[in-house]
Every structure is written in C-alpha cells, then in structure tokens.
Design a protein around this ligand. Structure first.
Ligand SMILES: [Ca+2]
Ligand SMILES: [Ca+2]
Ligand SMILES: [Ca+2]
Ligand SMILES: [Ca+2]
Length: 546
C-alpha cells in the first residue's frame, strides 16, 4: 500500500477515534477543544467563531457548516444548551456537527452541503452547565449574572447546602403532620403527593437539600445562577420570576444570538434541544388562539409543517412515551416561531422510557404515576447503580425537634442518559436533521409559455413552484419584517417594457409542492430574464426570447 494512502487511512481511523474518545459528557473546555477540532479538520466546510463571552467569561461558539457561499444558501439553525442542566442537548448539537463533518467525504453529504447551510450553536448555557462538573453537583439553569431571585434586596443569599456531604444536591424530607407528601406505595425510596380527595394523608414536607440561610421562610430560593437562557426571550416573558432577567434579552448570550440570527435571512428552520417538545407530538391547530390579535398558537398551515416534521422525527428517532410539554414563555422555541417567523422545532432528545413490570423478577405494575419510581425501576433493569442516595437522618438547624432525612435520586438523571447511550442518540438526531433538510423549500420556474399577442406584444406565462415539502416562508413569516418573502422580478432591457403584470412582486407563502401561475404582457424584442426566489428558498433565473 503506498505510504500516502496508509497515512490517510490511519488518519481516517485515528482522527475519528480521537473524536469519539470521550466517554463522558464534555465540560466547557472539552467542548471548546471539540469545536476547534472541527475548524481544523474540515477547513473547507466548517468555520468557527465566538459570538460573545458570557458573564462567566465563557465563549458562545458558532459553527457554520456549508460549502462555498454558505450564507447565500437556505439554512437550518441547530441550538444546544438551551437549558443549563440539559447536557444531552449540547452533545446532540455538537455531535450533529461532528457526525455531519465526519461524513463530508461522502457524495450524499457533499450534495447536502451544496444545497443547505447549518449554523450550530452547541451550548447557549455554558456558565450553568459547568455545575455538572463542579465539586457540588446540582441542576443549574442560570448564568453567572448576579441576581436577586426572590427580590428581597440581597443577592445569592440562600443557595443549596450539602447536608450529607456527598457532593450532590438531592432532596430533604421532614416528618410533619402538615406535610403534603407520603411514601410512594410502589417504591418506598420515592415520595408522592398525597391526594386529599381520595382520603390519603401526607406525612412529610419535601424540599431540596439545604437550610434557610437568611431565615426568610424559604429554602434555597436564591443561590448562585442568575438568568436562564430559556426564560429570557421576548415571547410571553415570565417577568419577575426566577431566571427571567430584568428584561427580555438582557443577557450577552441571548442578545448576541438574536443579533446574529436576525441577520441570517437564509434560515428557514430552527432545531433546538431543550425540555419543550413539538416533535414527538406536533402542535394541534386551535382556530381561536391562532386568529386572535396576539397570536397564541401556530397557524393552520404551519401546524401542517409541524406534523410533517414530527412524523419524520418519530420515524427516524423512534422514542416512545414522550411527556406532553407546554412552553412556559420567554422560551427559545416560541421566540423562533412567533418573533423570528421560522419553523421552530424542539425536543429533549431523550427521556426515561415508561417501564413495564418485570414479572419474572416479581415486580408489580405501578399504582401511582411517579417519574422517580419509574426511573429507579428502569435503572435497576439497565444495571445502572449509584444514582440513588439512601435516606439518612441529618440534624437540621431549621427543624431542631423534627426528623429530617436527606436522600433521593441524583440530580440530572431524569434528563441525562448514561453516556453510552449518547452516540446512538446523536446518530439518530443527525439523520433527522439531514432528512429535515430534504424537505427544504426550493423555488423553481416551470411551464414557461410565450404567445405573440400582436403589435409587438408577447404574453409570457410561467409557474413559480416550490419543489420542497415545507411551505416557504412559514405562514407566520408572511407577517414578519425579518422574513423575506419570495420575490419575482422581470428584468427588461433595450426596447422592452412590461405592459401588464408586475415587474416586481412578492408572493405570499407558497405551499409545499405548490405552484403559482404568473402572467405578463411584454412589449419589445430580444432576451428577457425572470428571477424568482428568496434567501431561505433559493432562487432561479430563466431567459426567454421574445
Ligand atoms: Ca435574594
Ligand atoms: Ca447532598
Ligand atoms: Ca431570601
Ligand atoms: Ca431563605
């Protein structure tokens, strides 16, 4: 085998080994190394830049993946780290970029990158995400901006406290006759709310692990961790709630992302990874809320697009039993649709499957719905150990005469699969996103007809067609300044003039596989060109001899 070829093969094998070497979730510095490796290994397709630095001094990376003139091609945006406790989302976004580029030698990916550009923002919550790797592990959403979450005039005065000293924040239960929680009859390791209507009695108060450091009656209400990325956007901002910020888009990373996206007129779809899910179950059309002045649900035509894409998602990713979600406001999924006017899709990418009783092991079917007991049974069946802390009595300054115990499942485990499941999830989501690109709107001009109409006039008729399955732009996009509609332009030269029909016109949203017929009466002779297109649907130019 020639030397050069051996070296190339070695690199193909080794370089991919290096990329796959991680067997745990990546902290920020490892993410940064992986991001830069892409620009270095695939200079012809990948460009990396820092949008800004967060209050915690961490870069927000943007990876642009595309071939020549990437910014002139229809594009999909992929966003991870939408929630600071959602490490999987970061892995899915960054892993998508890695998988796509690893395949960039193949003809299919080359063809894809000739037609579609991908803007990947792997981690929008790097300040918060670092808590997963910190000495004290807890699910944090807020960035490093210092905030007064409970508006008592003090900042960060009451965070969690590791009462049992195990390096993670779990739960704390206090025996109390006024407690609303009882032991789950299906699994004594978990607690569930007592249903008073059914005559059930509570026996425990349930809190996150900590003390009331400032003695205001609340536990852990204001610790480190300021503004949540997924609560800081303009659509239905939940003002004056923890994590929403002083005003919408108050943070450097939210501002930088929006400034960047608003200038990307070529984007037609945004895929984000977070707790909201409109891919397992698409939005349903609600005529009343969709037609009110302040639109509060997806428009009918866009609901159709969501169901096409959700169908694709379910076929490619094949995860069952998704929980129903409703965006809480200030969230990125809603912003990208209602205020950015693009198709916006979000999924957590994984959840604990609903687990059935293993009768061989004498397990019984659950009588109470409880994500914790379901997780524990699943973890047992999977052989996952060390994710539960047995309840243990601690002495607690706020409950001197009561029994207080600390224990419960580990932080993160309900939304963060064991890392060995991640490569397969990345692969499936990569397939999904590339298949989404196959639905991309694509403008063409067909059925061009010319008829002489006497006195030097020619009637020109043509069909503007959208060859993609997704309508362009979204129906909501018709109303947005930030969404460029399809423009059709007749370019006259010399003695030519347009007698009837419009020289320049913008079209309403053109359905998937839809056509619109246009006709003009042109005076004059020679070559005439007609252009049709938009930044997010591509363009086409035709030439006619009059
Ligand atoms: Ca405070
Ligand atoms: Ca602890
Ligand atoms: Ca307080
Ligand atoms: Ca407090």
């Amino acid at each position: 085998m020639p030397k050069k070829r051996t070296a190339f093969l070695l690199c193909t094998v080794l370089c991919s080994v290096v990329i796959h070497a991680q067997n745990t979730y990546s902290n920020f510095s490892q993410q940064t190394t992986r991001v830069h490796a892409l620009a270095k290994n695939y200079p012809q397709y990948a460009k990396v830049k820092s949008l800004t630095k967060t209050a915690g001094g961490k870069d927000i990376w943007q990876i642009t993946i595309g071939s020549a003139n990437a910014d002139k091609k229809p594009a999909i945006v992929v966003v991870g780290g939408v929630e600071g406790n959602h490490l999987l989302g970061m892995e899915l976004a960054l892993g998508f970029a890695e998988n796509l580029l690893q395949g960039s030698n193949s003809d299919s990916i080359k063809m894809l990158l000739n037609k579609t550009t991908f803007y990947v923002f792997p981690d929008m919550s790097p300040d918060a995400m670092e808590q997963y790797f910190a000495g004290l592990k807890y699910e944090r959403q807020g960035n490093a901006t210092v905030t007064d979450d409970d508006r008592d005039g003090k900042t960060d005065e009451d965070g969690f406290d590791d009462l049992d000293g195990n390096g993670k924040i779990t739960m704390m239960r206090v025996e109390s006759p006024v407690g609303m929680y009882r032991i789950n009859p299906d699994d004594p390791r978990s607690l569930v709310k007592a249903d008073l209507i059914k005559g059930e009695k509570g026996r425990y108060l349930l809190f996150t692990e900590g003390v009331d450091n400032d003695k205001d009656g609340n536990f852990n209400e204001d610790g480190a961790g300021g503004v949540w990325f997924n609560k800081n956007f303009t659509y239905k901002l939940p003002a004056f709630t923890q994590g929403s910020g002083e005003f919408a888009v108050s943070e450097k990373e939210t501002r930088a992302l929006l400034d960047t996206l608003f200038e990307m007129f070529n984007v037609y779809a945004v895929v984000s990874f977070g707790s909201n899910n409109n891919l397992s179950t698409p939005y349903a059309y609600n005529a009343q809320t969709a037609n009110q002045t302040l639109i509060a649900s997806w428009l009918q035509q866009d609901v159709k697009a969501d169901s096409i894409v959700a169908d694709l998602y379910n076929r490619t990713v094949n995860l069952k039993d998704a929980a129903k979600t409703t965006p809480a406001g200030g969230d990125f999924l809603s912003w990208a649709y209602y205020h950015y006017g693009r198709y916006s899709f979000s999924t957590p990418g994984w959840w604990v499957p609903k687990i059935k009783a293993d009768t061989a092991k004498k397990e019984k079917a659950f009588t109470v719905e409880d994500p914790v007991s379901n997780y524990l049974r699943w973890a047992d069946q999977q052989g996952i150990t060390n994710t539960f802390t047995e309840w243990k009595t601690v002495s607690h300054p706020d409950f001197p005469n009561q029994k207080v115990e600390v224990g419960g499942i580990d932080p993160f485990v309900l939304i963060t699969p064991p890392y060995k499941l991640v490569p397969d999830l990345v692969k499936k989501h990569t397939v999904f996103i590339t298949q989404l690109a196959a639905l991309q709107p694509e403008i063409d001009i067909i059925n061009i007809r010319t008829e002489k109409a006497g006195s030097g006039l020619t009637r020109v008729t043509a069909d503007i067609i959208n060859r993609g399955a997704l309508a362009s732009p979204s129906k909501l996009g018709e109303r947005s300044y930030w969404v460029k509609r399809i423009v059709v332009k007749v370019n006259t030269t010399g003695n030519q003039s347009v007698i009837s029909g419009r020289k320049f016109q913008t079209l309403n949203s053109l359905d998937g596989y839809g056509t619109q017929q246009l006709t003009w009466l042109i005076k004059g002779t020679g070559k005439l060109t007609i252009d049709a297109g938009s930044p997010s649907a591509g363009s086409k130019s035709i030439e006619i001899n009059l």
